[in-house]
Design a protein around this ligand. Structure first.
Ligand code: AR6
Length: 167
């Protein structure tokens, strides 16, 4: 049985226990997937985010999902790509592990991730796919079948990067 899959689509439409947001350190919204999540979730999400006091790069914080079909949103802050010598890989790996830990803390069993850092933050998509697949696949909760993870690609190219690594 496989607990890690990839699909192409809009993460805001998914009815899973938790969706992950590729946020910034303010947690006060932005463009890309962050903007889409806040638009669908509605003003309650921003209100809760204001109380969180921001989030460090590589860390994650949890809120309710408000008007989203998902119950929770896990806001993680991916690294901005600065050439690869600034801990970018380790920080991106940490985004996936911290998010899975938080999901576990609230008993979330199905979690969807966007391709963190690969948009505005310019992390190379192929390396980000390597990190996403290997980090999630080797996480104890995924290995043990405690949680199911779906990697959500917004475009066909990202989906194929995931599929190559999942076969
Ligand atoms: N569903 C799934 N994936 C999406 C969606 C969606 N609705 N919309 C975009 N993506 P980005 P980052 C993909 O830029 O690089 C924000 O302003 C997108 O195609 O959203 O981590 C934050 O506030 C790409 O593959 O996030 C931060 O300031 C991936 O999501 C900054 O951007 C991530 O792209 C974070 O930058």
């Amino acid at each position: 049985m496989t607990h890690l899959t990839a699909i192409q689509g809009d993460i805001t439409t998914l009815r899973c226990d938790a969706i992950v947001n590729a946020a910034n350190t303010t947690l006060l919204g932005g463009g890309g997937v962050d903007g889409a999540i806040h638009r669908v979730a509605g003003p309650g999400l921003l209100e809760e985010c204001r109380r969180l006091g921001g989030c460090n790069t590589g860390d994650a914080k949890l809120t309710c999902g408000y008007e989203l079909p998902a119950q929770y949103v896990i806001h993680t802050v991916g690294p901005v790509w600065h050439g690869g010598d600034h801990q970018e890989e380790a920080l991106l790996r940490q985004c996936y592990t911290r998010s899975l830990t938080l999901a576990g803390d609230v008993g979330a069993k199905s979690i969807a991730f966007p391709a963190i850092s690969t948009g505005v933050y310019m992390f190379p998509a192929d390396l980000a796919a390597d990190i996403a697949v290997s980090t999630v696949r080797n996480h104890p909760k995924v290995k043990d079948g405690e949680v199911d993870v779906v990697l959500v690609a917004f475009d066909a190219k990202t989906l194929s990067l995931y599929q190559e690594r999942l076969t």
